[in-house]
Ligand binder design. Structure first.
Ligand code: SF4
Length: 540
């Protein structure tokens, strides 16, 4: 009999490295099964029926813990072992669902569990294990270079080109933010950079396009420069490498080097700012120099070579609605292409969860344990922030407007947070759907909002031009177009320098703007926009 280890991923494009690491580092044979949270409990149970396992293990995270608990309750006559970050710091709770909890890393203790079930060997001296009889402290793997890498399983090869490739160059984080599970790991340890490089080469040669480093703070790795340089030299066109970075400690030399040597968007940096309030950061044990952080972000943004993603967390201590707006406004000003606004999760085992009473936190009792309110934010305040987040995602993070709306907000509004809040209410009063919307509905609603705010007409008209330009084929439009044949003939005649007139008749749309006309021509899955005024005509 073999162990059966199950992963339930958040999305199809995700790959669970943890279960693969167990397989390739065990001296025993192991069966793996991988699902997503879209699969039904029934389907997973049916798949399990095809095996007669020694025990069933689940890789447990906040996104799948609800399903894992349901499955564990359904599994009869087979021992259940749970591992993963969700169960690692609250074993007594999870022992009501399982026979063994593996806390922290599992590669170095997995064989002992197999031998416990195979040969009845005791678990008394096995580190990082909790059962109803033993509760042994977590022991981290001292030398990560004793591990075999999980990337080269033959059965994974055909799928590498449509999955995210998760890579580790280190484990652990040097920081101790009180809301974060990584703060509970003891030491930062590193993989040999040569191993990381050969993994990247193998994955790239077999079709992987998107690489996400799992390192909690990639720039804690002294080999960062060497790895960045290797990626620049060896990357295949179209690949993307994503890293989580601590901004204020990032060496500007690395940014300059990337600016000088890397192609646009080869690298994506994710920087967690969370809060700019120093009192807040002090209360969550977060060390952050805002001045240095902002300056490095501005440096990164100065060339638009690195794709930048910033994160904020709402619901941290001492950050009421007014102070959160300040954080949001300061960070939005930085102009990153994506700004993710998350809500504090009171994760099992974290210091902040133990401090819940101290700060009057109320949070969901089930994963993801999101904040409901605290001493500084009422439920209504949180709803206000969620409304702004909804708009931020629709009109900024989706990229429909590029950075045009960001420029408008910077030029005409005092607070970006208030802009998103007001826009949310305008969407609601216009009955524009916030889910399953059409692009023309979004543009129309933003346009009517800006008109109500008395923005100059040419600024508002620019939205129509962006809308026409971003389509590859003739789009469905939300505004009046010029249909008069005589007017069109007059306009097209002025553009025959670019294309024969019949091409315009067949594939173009004409929009009236305050100082003339915009002609949008759709050919070969591309939009060409021309401006025709009384004096001149030119390509936009
Ligand atoms: S939030 Fe980031 S910096 Fe802080 S402990 Fe977690 S991983 Fe480390």
């Amino acid at each position: 009999m073999k162990p059966l280890i199950i992963a339930i991923n958040a999305k199809f494009i995700h790959t669970n490295n943890a279960i693969r690491l167990l397989k390739v580092n065990s001296t025993h044979e192991i069966d793996l099964l991988e699902f997503t949270i879209k699969d039904s409990i029934e389907d997973i149970l049916n798949a399990i029926k095809g095996y007669n396992p020694l025990f069933i293990g689940f890789s447990t995270y906040i996104w799948n813990v609800k399903m894992v608990k349901t499955l564990a309750k359904e599994i009869m006559h087979t021992p259940v072992v749970l591992g993963g970050p969700e169960v690692s710091y609250d074993p007594s709770y999870f022992l009501t669902y399982a026979d063994i909890i593996v806390k922290g890393e599992g590669e170095h203790v997995f064989d002992a569990i197999v031998e416990h079930y195979k040969y009845d060997k005791p678990l008394d001296d096995v580190p990082s294990i909790s059962t109803n009889l033993v509760n042994n402290p977590i022991e981290e793997i001292k030398d990560l270079n004793t591990l075999t890498m999980p990337y080269t399983l033959e059965e994974d090869r055909p799928h590498l080109n449509h999955k995210i490739a998760y890579i580790e160059s280190s484990r652990g984080c040097p920081y101790k933010c009180s809301y974060c599970l990584s703060s509970l790991e003891k030491k930062v340890r590193f993989f040999n950079p040569e191993t990381v490089k050969s993994s990247i080469l193998y994955l790239m040669e077999n079709g992987a396009k998107t690489f996400k480093f799992l390192d909690r703070t990639f720039n804690a790795n002294k080999q960062m420069f060497e790895l960045i340089d290797f990626i620049i030299d060896h990357h295949i066109e179209g690949t993307v490498f994503q890293f989580e970075i601590t901004g204020d400690t990032l060496d500007p030399k690395i940014v300059y080097y990337i600016h000088d040597h890397a192609p646009k968007n080869l690298f994506r940096f994710e920087i967690g700012i969370q809060s700019t309030n120093e009192e807040t950061n002090l209360l969550v044990d977060r060390v952050q120099n805002n001045e240095k952080l902002f300056s490095i972000i501005k440096l990164i943004e100065s060339k638009k070579i690195i794709d930048l993603h910033l994160d904020l967390i709402a619901g941290l201590p001492k950050e009421d609605l007014a102070r959160f707006k300040d954080t949001f406004d300061q960070v939005y000003t930085l102009g990153s292409k994506e700004l993710q606004l998350g809500f504090l999760k009171m994760l099992r085992g974290t210091k902040i969860r133990y401090q819940a009473e101290l700060f009057d936190y109320h949070y969901e009792s089930e994963a993801p344990y999101e904040i409901i309110q605290n001493r500084w934010l009422t439920q209504q305040d949180i709803q206000t922030i969620k409304n702004a987040e909804t708009m931020l995602n629709i009109v900024h993070n989706k990229g429909f407007f590029g950075l045009y709306l960001w420029e408008i907000i910077m030029d005409y509004f005092d607070s970006s947070f208030d802009f998103f809040d007001a826009l949310y209410h305008h969407f609601k009063s216009s009955n524009t759907p916030l889910l399953h919307y059409q692009l023309d509905e979004v543009f129309k609603t933003v346009e009517s909002f800006l008109t109500l705010q008395h923005l100059p007409i040419e600024k508002v008209e620019q939205l129509r031009i962006i809308y026409l330009k971003r389509s590859k084929v003739r789009p469905k439009v939300y505004f009046e177009l010029i249909k008069d044949k005589q007017v069109k003939k007059h306009i097209y005649t002025q553009l025959t320098y670019y294309h024969p007139i019949n091409v315009f008749y067949k594939n173009a749309l004409v929009l009236k703007v305050s100082d003339g006309y915009v002609v949008a021509l759709y050919q070969n899955m591309q939009a060409y926009l021309y401006k025709v005024t009384k004096k001149e005509s030119y390509l936009l």
